[in-house]
Write a protein that binds this ligand. Structure first.
Ligand SMILES: N[C@@H](CCC(=O)N[C@@H](CS)C(=O)NCC(=O)O)C(=O)O
Length: 233
């Protein structure tokens, strides 16, 4: 069977891996994971003891976790698609640098906002966390805005897995009502361009369970329980 990407809803950062899968154009399946309920299930914990999505189940029954590992793995599957670069090149270094920034500084800037959103009501603590989150998200946006002054795409002159990963996280700013797009015009133009991409439109439709047209190799969903038989022992 094709590789299976386990993606988390609502609003998972695995969105970027769905976009990358579509850009890749190779056959794949998806497995829908409701967070946090499904991430606590025995089979999911067996797949990823860290209890997080995305998870990529490979053809040989082994598992790859972490966006920073899954996305380069996908890019390497079809080098002709140019979603990544050959190891040892300056472009590869630049892509690693950008992915690392997105996976640490940008991703974690939203941490306080998610904590405030998910915690039991406690207005003073929530307001403090929101303020901290607003500042961290604004700083990360400033850094990305400066970067986009020099580049057409996040990691250089061409579209890469960094852009796929970015769009799955960037939408959190609107969800939390932070980072006014007018303050980051280049970054916002980049977001608008990505939002018009068929792969991004597809990923939204998948998350929202609307009819979704794949421009890539999507072969349908599989249930979590059906993956049990595929796991390598
Ligand atoms: N370092 C991981 C972080 C993954 C992560 O935090 N995933 C969240 C969604 S964005 C998740 O699955 N949370 C599980 C839950 O809320 O139950 C990566 O980049 O892949």
């Amino acid at each position: 069977m094709e590789p299976v990407l386990l993606y988390g809803i609502p609003l998972g950062c695995s969105f970027g891996s769905i976009v990358a899968m579509e850009w890749l154009g190779l056959p794949y399946r998806l497995c829908r994971i409701n967070m946090p309920e499904d991430t606590q299930r025995d089979l999911f914990v067996q797949l990823n003891p860290v209890r997080q999505t995305p998870v990529l189940l490979l053809e040989n029954g082994t598992v790859l976790t972490e966006s920073a590992a899954i996305l380069p793995h996908l890019a390497n599957r079809a080098p002709a698609r140019r979603l990544g670069f050959a190891q040892g090149t300056p472009e590869h270094d630049r892509l690693n640098e950008t992915l690392a920034f997105l996976n640490t500084t940008f991703f974690s800037a939203f941490g306080p906002l998610w904590t405030a959103y998910e915690m039991e009501e406690n207005p003073p603590v929530q307001e403090m966390l929101r303020e901290m989150g607003r500042k961290k998200v604004a700083k990360a946006h400033e850094e990305l805005e400066a970067l986009m002054a020099k580049r057409e795409w996040l990691a250089g002159d061409t579209r890469t897995i960094a852009d796929a990963y970015f769009i799955g996280i960037a939408r959190w700013a609107e969800f939390h009502g932070v980072a006014d797009p007018r303050e980051y015009p280049r970054l916002h133009a980049h977001i608008r361009r990505l939002e018009e991409d068929p792969a991004v439109i597809f990923a939204h439709a998948i998350e929202e369970q609307r009819s979704a047209t794949s421009a890539g190799g999507f072969k349908g969903h599989v249930a979590l329980e059906d993956l049990r038989a595929r796991l390598a022992v």
